[in-house]
Design a protein around this ligand. Sequence first.
Ligand code: CUA
Length: 362
Amino acid sequence: MGIDKLIGVDKIPFFPPEASTFAREIDVLYLVTWALTIFFLGVVIVMLTVLAVVYRRNSKADRSHPIHTHHGLELAWSIIPMILGLMIFAWGAKLYADAYKVPDNAEEIFVVGKQWMWHIQHTNGIRENNTLTVPTGRPFKLTCISQDVIHSFFIPAFRIKRDVLPGHYTSAWFEATLPGEYHLFCAEYCGTEHSRMTGTVRVLTPENYQRWLDLKGTKETVEAKPVRAKSMEEEGQEIFESVGCANCHTAEDTPRAPSLYALFGKKRQMQNGEILVADRDYLRANILTPNDKITAGYEATMPTYQGNLTEEQVNALVAYIKSLGTSEEPKPAGGEVKIQNGKVVTPPVAPKAATSNTQGGN
Ligand code: CUA
C-alpha cells in the first residue's frame, strides 16, 4: 500500500506512484519531516493563541511573578529541535549516499539529452526516443550526457533526478519495483520547448521485458529475415573503422599512436606529467579534442572529432574501446596480434613462458 493510501489521499495525486526501491524510504523521510514541521507549527500557534487570550488587556490573569529566566525550558527548546534536525540530516545524507552509490551489478543505460528530447541507448543496441523501457527487479545505471545545454533527467515515480551536463558524464541508478507507465521530465529550464521535453518510463515484468527485447532486438530486412540489432560495441567497432581510428590505434603501441587495448580504467601519463585515469570522461575528451592533453611520448597528430561525432556515437566508440579489455587484463602477446577490420584478433593462447616478455609498451 502506498503512503498516499495509508493517509487517505490516494484520490488526489499528491504523491507519484512508488515505483522504485528508493521511493518508499524517501517518502517516509519526507512525511516525517512534514509531520515534525506541522507539529511544531501547531505548538507555536496554540501557545500564541492561548497566551494572547489569557494575558489580553484587562484580563484578570496573575501578573505578579513574571518569569525572566528558565534554563530548563531554554535548554529543552534548543536541544530537542537540534537533535531532531541532526536526525533528519543523517537520515537524508544516508538516503542521498544510497541514491548516488551505483551498485556494481547495475546494467548500464545511456541517456543523451538534447534540445528537446531524450535519447536512450541500451548496451544491446536498442534505442528509444523519449521512452525508457526497463524490467522490475534489476538495478540499472544511467550514464547521462547532454549534446547542448544543461538538462535534468527526472523520474518522479522512481524519486530520481540527475542533472545532464554538456561535456561531462553524470550517473544515477534505480531498481524499478512496480510495472506501469510513469512520467519522465526534464527538470532544468533548457530553452523554448523545455516544458515539452517529456517522455514515458515503461516498467515491464521480467517476462514482458524479455518479450520486448526479442521484439526490438531483431528488425525485419527487405527479405523479411529478422536480423539482430547491432550492440553498442558492434556499432562502436564500425565507427572505429569508418572514421579511421583503426589506421593508427593497433593492438600494440606504435610510434604513431598508443594501443587502446586494455586501456579502459588504466592510469596514463600526459606530456605535462599529469597522471589521468582512462575513464569514460577521459576517452570522450581524447576522441573529441585529442590535442588538449597529449599522452607522454606521442605527438599531437590525431585529428579532432569535435562536431563530427554525436554523443551517441561517442558512447558506442567508448563501449567498443572498453570491450578491448580492462586494466586488470594483460595485453595479448605482441607481434602476432593483428587488427582485422579494426577488431583485435588475439592469437591462440600461447604457453605462459612464451608471452611473459611481451608485456609493457604503455
Ligand atoms: Cu531539457 Cu529542460
